[in-house]
Design a protein around this ligand. Structure first.
Ligand SMILES: Cc1cc2nc3c(=O)[nH]c(=O)nc-3n(C[C@H](O)[C@H](O)[C@H](O)COP(=O)(O)O)c2cc1C
Length: 256
């Protein structure tokens, strides 16, 4: 019987419908996000898997308008950071791990690439869980990598301890507008079966350039940035956030 069921195409779950309907939301209406709703989302998100059960992350919940205004400026004047009712800062955080070591008279061997990656991955997994949990309730989210523009100032604004830095932020609220979904790269470009296969990637990118151009035309956005390959080539042929390594080192992450 189980085998027969396994042969049937899987029926879509609510979770799959939520994931499929994701689109970043950058405009929010005035409905508040209640403490109860936020706590429910955060507590669900905290069930995320975590490397060696280290839970090497922290989340700072920011509702204070003045702090959000300051963070919006630090993020490169991103208005939605000031306008969303709730802003969350997701931190890679090894401060508790250092403390656990001290409690047992040991010193954390923490200045490694591995420890840094563990913390960044843990924080990212919780962040994605928060986004999905919030979106499953009909709320809107957008992640804010702009938090890495000025990591030291962001850390000071949020009073982070040594051993923590914000890997990205997130605006959460009830959507005012839900834009059309942005197309994703064709499956052939990103999913491989058994072995990586680069055949057809250029063709997939060409197809994606055309899809994105028509998406941007459809929403009356300038299409000069619409071609994915052209935008990537323009923006990523120069170093971005070149100061980041030195800044996160000062915050306790050597990534060596
Ligand atoms: C780690 C991360 C950082 C991001 N940073 C920003 C940001 O600073 N500002 C912003 O408006 N969107 C940001 N985004 C949202 C992306 O631009 C968006 O997810 C992407 O363009 C795809 O669009 P969609 O989410 O609507 O499908 C970020 C997304 C991720 C995953």
């Amino acid at each position: 019987v189980t085998e027969n069921i396994a042969m049937l195409p899987a029926k879509k779950s609510e979770t799959i419908r939520t994931l499929e309907s994701h689109v970043s939301i950058r405009s929010f209406n005035s409905t508040p996000v209640s403490e109860e709703t936020l706590a429910m989302v955060l507590n669900a998100a905290r069930r995320a898997p975590t490397s060696s059960n280290l839970q090497a992350y922290s989340v700072v919940v920011v509702r204070d308008p003045e702090t959000r205004r300051r963070l919006s400026i630090l993020a490169g004047n991103q208005r939605h950071v000031a306008e969303a009712p709730v802003f969350l800062a997701f931190c890679a955080d090894i401060s508790r791990i250092r403390l656990a070591c001290q409690l047992h008279s040991k010193e954390l061997a923490g200045d490694t690439l591995e420890m840094g990656l563990v913390a960044v991955i843990d924080a990212a997994l919780v962040g994605m869980n928060v986004a999905s949990a919030a979106e499953s309730l009909g709320m809107g989210t957008v992640m804010i990598g702009g938090m890495r523009n000025h990591p030291l100032e962001v850390a000071a604004t949020l009073a982070l301890p040594e051993g923590a830095f914000v890997i990205f932020g997130m605006c959460i609220g009830w959507p005012e507008r839900r834009p059309p979904q942005k197309p994703r790269l064709p499956e052939a470009a990103v999913i491989h079966y058994e072995r990586y296969n680069s055949d057809g990637v250029e063709q997939a990118l060409d197809e994606y350039d055309r899809q994105l151009e028509s998406h941007f035309r459809g929403i009356d956005k300038p299409t000069d940035k619409a071609s994915w390959t052209r935008r990537v080539a323009t923006e990523f042929s120069r170093v971005r956030r070149g100061e980041l390594r030195a800044a996160v080192r000062r915050l306790g992450f050597a990534f060596d």
